[in-house]
Structure formats: structure tokens, C-alpha cells
Design a protein around this ligand. Structure first.
Ligand SMILES: Cc1cc2nc3c(=O)[nH]c(=O)nc-3n(C[C@H](O)[C@H](O)[C@H](O)COP(=O)(O)OP(=O)(O)OC[C@H]3O[C@@H](n4cnc5c(N)ncnc54)[C@H](O)[C@@H]3O)c2cc1C
Length: 308
């Protein structure tokens, strides 16, 4: 391992391994664990030790579930196009026996949404246990390359809501497997209320176990006044992160490496904005781009995964 330079070159990182071919995988849903009021983790037994890289995702075809067939026919009729696979990042790390995904059941708000969500409410139900589930995997470039300790001492994770999922896998893989021990991880996890925090117990356990390597900060944007966040610990803060605040936790923006994941303006929202002339409301990821720009983090040091 080499000391990072003042202007470390990204060319110092070895090239990524060749992607593995995508496969159709038949699994059995071995376990379902409820994480929050609207989120569950499903664990799939694929019959062997799965081969993937932490941070990658799988794709699930909603058409395999006969219970959804009428809803799919209706939505395809209304939308005038076929329903596609949905992508889900893996919350498991490669050393684990089962492939896990953590799914948030999307809501429906008639004031903003044209259609009800199709697959996520179905997956995020305890009824999945014991079922056969097919998916396509494993893919995605939201991974931490081997040898990143040559160019950084700090990975900053900026995540919101279900955006925690791939970053939780990255953290587990780095910390539990003692990879790149000179690199510290700073995770800023944004949620509306404390009850929305997904994988809370698991994250707090990592924080307690690896105090030298992991700094975890919860930012809660709509906590009711009755919720005394400080009673939960000094790492629980009220309000959104700002670029000024990020400066206090990123000592060297020129060498930090950022992994950001959360909701972004969707293709549907962009299309609607074109028709109405009313710009789409920026979501978490648009805010992240602005903050990082203000902080002076260059695009080549910033990886993002956007959830629609
Ligand atoms: C790489 C990646 C990883 C992801 N990982 C996760 C994860 O770990 N956990 C997780 O919970 N989610 C994850 N997602 C999001 C996930 O893929 C789904 O988008 C999410 O679960 C919603 O799917 P759905 O079928 O429930 O809703 P959908 O049926 O897709 O509907 C979602 C919204 O889109 C609107 N919509 C749909 N079709 C149209 C249309 N034709 N015109 C206008 N509006 C439309 C609906 O009104 C609704 O508001 C990930 C996404 C990506 C790209």
C-alpha cells in the first residue's frame, strides 16, 4: 500500500476485473426479515456460494408472479408498453451464504403518481418466504475497486432511504473482511424520520465494532419536535446535510472518494416536466451533485447509483 499523494492519480488503481456473464438464477426465498414499517430484507438460497461483487444488483421480472398478472395486464394497457424487470441492489456481501435484497414498498400518492407501484409492495411482504424466485444477476459498476487505498484514505457514503442498500454491502465487505485497513468510511445516512432508518441495528453494530474505521452520521429531515434526537446519540443530527457541514467531516476533498445512492428525478418526471413546463422537483441525488460540486469533489472521484 502506498501513501496517497497530494494529487493522486486514478490511473494508479488496477483495472476492474472482467464482468461475469449474466445468468438466470433460480432461488428459494429462505428468509424474510422486516426492517421498518415499509421495508423488508429477502434472502435467497441460490444452491451454491453466490459469485458477485459487493454493491452490485440483480433484476427481477414481475411477470413470474401469477398474483400480479391482472395488475400487469391493466398497467400495460394504461401505459401502452410492457412492464420491465426491476433492479434491486444486494444488501448481502459476497461472503454470505444467501443473496439478500432489501426492498422498500413504494407508496401511491394520487396527487403526484400516475400509477400505483407494481413490484415493490408485493416483494416487501412476509408472504415471500419459501417461494421460488427467479432473477438475473449479477451486475453493476457501483463497486469499490481493489487497490483504492493507493488513492484515498476516506470513502464518503452519502445515502438516503433505500439508497443505504448497496453502501451497506460495501461497508460490510470492507470492514468484516478487513480490506484496505488504511481507508476510513464516513457514512451520512439521510431519512425523513428515525422510524424510516433501514438496517439501523446492523449499521449501529458495525459502528460499535469498527470505531476506528467507520463514522456513521444520521441526518433526520422531518423528525417531529417530540423526538429528542440527541438522546439517540451525538451522531444523530436534525436537517439535511449541506456542503458547509460536509467540509467539517471531509478533511481533504481532493482525495476523498464518494459513493452516493438514493432517489433521483425519474425519466417519467422528466417527461412530465417537458409536457407541463414545470421543472421536476430535485430529489436527493440532485442535491448531492450540488453539494459535491461546492465541496470541490471532481466527477472522477464520485460514483452514484440512482433509484427511480
Ligand atoms: C440499480 C438499481 C438498484 C435498486 N435497488 C433498490 C433497492 O435496493 N431497494 C429498493 O427498494 N429499490 C431499489 N431500486 C428501485 C427499484 O428498481 C424499483 O424502481 C422500485 O422498487 C419501484 O418499483 P415498483 O415496481 O414497486 O414501482 P413502479 O411500478 O416502477 O412505479 C414506481 C413509480 O413510477 C411511476 N411510473 C411507473 N411507470 C410509469 C409510466 N409509464 N409513466 C409515468 N410514471 C410511471 C409510478 O406511478 C410510481 O410512482 C433500485 C433501482 C435501480 C435502478
Amino acid at each position: 500500500m502506498t501513501e496517497p499523494q497530494t494529487s493522486p492519480s486514478l490511473a494508479a488503481i488496477p483495472p476492474p476485473p472482467r464482468p461475469r456473464p449474466l445468468k438466470k438464477i433460480v432461488s428459494t426465498c429462505a428468509d424474510v426479515v422486516r426492517n421498518t414499517h415499509d421495508t423488508v430484507t429477502l434472502s435467497f438460497d441460490v444452491g451454491e456460494q453466490p459469485q458477485y461483487t459487493a454493491g452490485q444488483f440483480i433484476s427481477i421480472d414481475p411477470k413470474q408472479f401469477t398474483e400480479l398478472s391482472r395488475q400487469i395486464a391493466f398497467l400495460e394497457h394504461l401505459k401502452g408498453k410492457k412492464e420491465k424487470h426491476r433492479a434491486y441492489s444486494m444488501s448481502s456481501a459476497p461472503a454470505e451464504r444467501y443473496v439478500s435484497i432489501t426492498v422498500k414498498a413504494e407508496g401511491f400518492d394520487a396527487a403526484h403518481d400516475n400509477y400505483p407501484p407494481l413490484l415493490s409492495p408485493f416483494l416487501a411482504s412476509e408472504g415471500m418466504k419459501g417461494r421460488s424466485v427467479q432473477f438475473i444477476g449479477y451486475t453493476g459498476a457501483y463497486v469499490l475497486p481493489e487497490g483504492h487505498d493507493v488513492i484515498t484514505r476516506q470513502v464518503l457514503h452519502l445515502v438516503a432511504g433505500s439508497g443505504i442498500v448497496p453502501n451497506y454491502a460495501l461497508l460490510k465487505d470492507e470492514l468484516l473482511q478487513a480490506k484496505h485497513p488504511s481507508v476510513k468510511h464516513t457514512m451520512v445516512y439521510v431519512n425523513k424520520t428515525a422510524d424510516d432508518v433501514i438496517l439501523l441495528a446492523e449499521l449501529e453494530e458495525l459502528r460499535a465494532r469498527f470505531p476506528e474505521r467507520l463514522q456513521l452520521i444520521h441526518r433526520i429531515t422531518r423528525a417531529p419536535e417530540s423526538d429528542d434526537l440527541s438522546a439517540r446519540g451525538a451522531h444523530w443530527l436534525r436537517g439535511r446535510p449541506t456542503s458547509e457541514w460536509l467540509k467539517t467531516i471531509v478533511p481533504d476533498p481532493s482525495t476523498v472518494w464518494v459513493y452516493a445512492c438514493g432517489a433521483a428525478i425519474t425519466e417519467h418526471q422528466r417527461a412530465a416536466a417537458k409536457v407541463t413546463g414545470v421543472p421536476a422537483t430535485p430529489r436527493f441525488m440532485e442535491g448531492v451533485e450540488e453539494m459535491l460540486h461546492a465541496l470541490g469533489v471532481t466527477k472522477d472521484r464520485f460514483k452514484k447509483e440512482e433509484f427511480g
